[in-house]
Design a protein around this ligand. Structure first.
Ligand code: TXA
Ligand code: MG
Length: 343
């Protein structure tokens, strides 16, 4: 077990000296977790296959699940891919830097260890000042999945990174909690019509306003998928806390009635029940209420982790409408839940 160094920096104005220390570790082939605007990432030099392999080992990630390559400047994309299609250009101009990952045909610079032997590579230019400075100072693109043990909710705070990865990575750059809270939107732009693979803070509505037609992969709606997938990571159970999550969807009053009756039944059989909600009312079990979709997204993963720490047996979640950021929230809730009840 190695000592994991914690480098604490200001999120808007990070110390160049501490970021240089983290960048040096990346260049030396070590793993460094760092904040992005979406979630914390677990970074390694994307051009060093043996460093990339360490990511899979540290987070116990199946080797057939490819990684996102992070860059600091738009121009850096051109050496990493074969071509940048016109729709991709528009999306880059509209949403980079920001929470949007674009899948393109990879160039020979990208090794099979990054893409799990796929011919496409996922590229993202984050907007977080710490991530930008780290990639710039490292002088290499950084491959980074979310900095959690595979199958656990993505980390949105340094405590979550350390809970999962302390002793398994060289360092973590800490700049406090992230702002978005859900992983980036993933869009495949190798197809004639772009395909939304994972919903995020860049919404489907925004994508369509920018490029016109965008198709939506069925997995985006959180359906279980067993076939050959467009995005290998999507077939794994993600975001699963230890507690049983039951998601309740439908007309508001009917949802409330159902959650109330489930609370009563479960508490009768001595289960510790919590509610994740987006309305304030007299809930029958301890609630965590998010008054906006932005707050729901930002705090969902840390709330799931917090409820696990309290040994909650069952989490009853109130669904949100599947539009705007709500599509991403529902996608993660469905992946976290063992049952979805439609009333
Ligand atoms: O916000 C985010 O995207 C964060 C931060 C750290 O940037 N990263 C992240 O990475 O969520 P990860 O590895 O947890 O999720 C990446 C997703 C996976 O579902 C993976 O299968 C998919 O993107 N992906 C990566 N490369 C791909 C490729 N070449 N083709 C299709 N899907 C790909
Ligand atoms: Mg992940």
């Amino acid at each position: 077990m190695k000592r994991t160094k914690v480098l604490t920096v200001n999120s808007k104005n990070p110390s160049p000296y501490l970021i240089e220390e983290a960048a040096g570790l990346i260049r030396a082939g070590e793993l460094v977790a760092f904040p992005t605007e979406t979630v914390y990432g677990l970074g390694a030099n994307a051009l060093d296959p043996s460093a990339v392999k360490k990511i899979f080992k540290a987070k116990k990630r199946p080797s057939d699940n490819p990684l996102i390559v992070h860059i600091a400047h738009q121009k850096d994309v051109y050496t990493l891919v074969k071509n940048v299609p016109p729709a991709c250009q528009k999306l880059m101009r509209a949403f980079w830097p920001g929470p949007l990952t674009l899948i393109m045909k990879k160039s020979d610079v990208i090794s099979d260890s990054v893409t799990a032997s796929l011919s496409n590579v996922a590229i993202r230019m984050p907007s977080h000042p710490v991530a930008r400075m780290l990639i710039s100072k490292a002088g290499v693109p950084i491959a980074a999945p979310s900095a959690n043990i595979a199958g656990r909710p993505s980390p949105t705070r340094v405590e979550d990174v350390l809970f999962d990865l302390r002793g398994r990575i060289a360092a973590v750059v800490d700049s406090g909690p992230v702002s978005v809270g859900l992983e980036s939107t993933v869009v495949d732009v190798t197809k004639k019509i772009p395909v939304l693979l994972r919903p995020g803070a860049v919404t489907l509505e925004q994508l369509r306003r920018t490029v016109g037609k965008v198709t939506v992969h069925s997995i985006t709606y959180g359906r279980k998928y067993h076939g050959k997938t467009a995005s290998p990571g999507m077939k794994y159970t993600h975001y699963a806390p230890k507690a049983r999550v039951i998601l309740v969807v439908g007309p508001q009053k009917a949802v409330w009635k159902k959650i109330d009756s489930l609370c009563t039944t479960l508490q009768h059989s001595r289960k510790k029940v919590n509610v994740i909600a987006h309305h304030t009312r007299a809930w029958k079990a301890t609630p965590v209420v998010f008054s906006s979709t932005q707050l729901y997204a930002r705090n969902l993963f840390s709330t799931l982790r917090h409820m696990d720490a309290k040994n909650v047996d069952v989490i009853l979640a109130e669904g949100v409408p599947e539009r705007g950021l709500g599509l991403a929230i529902m996608n993660r809730l469905k992946k976290a839940s063992s049952a979805i009840i439609r009333v």
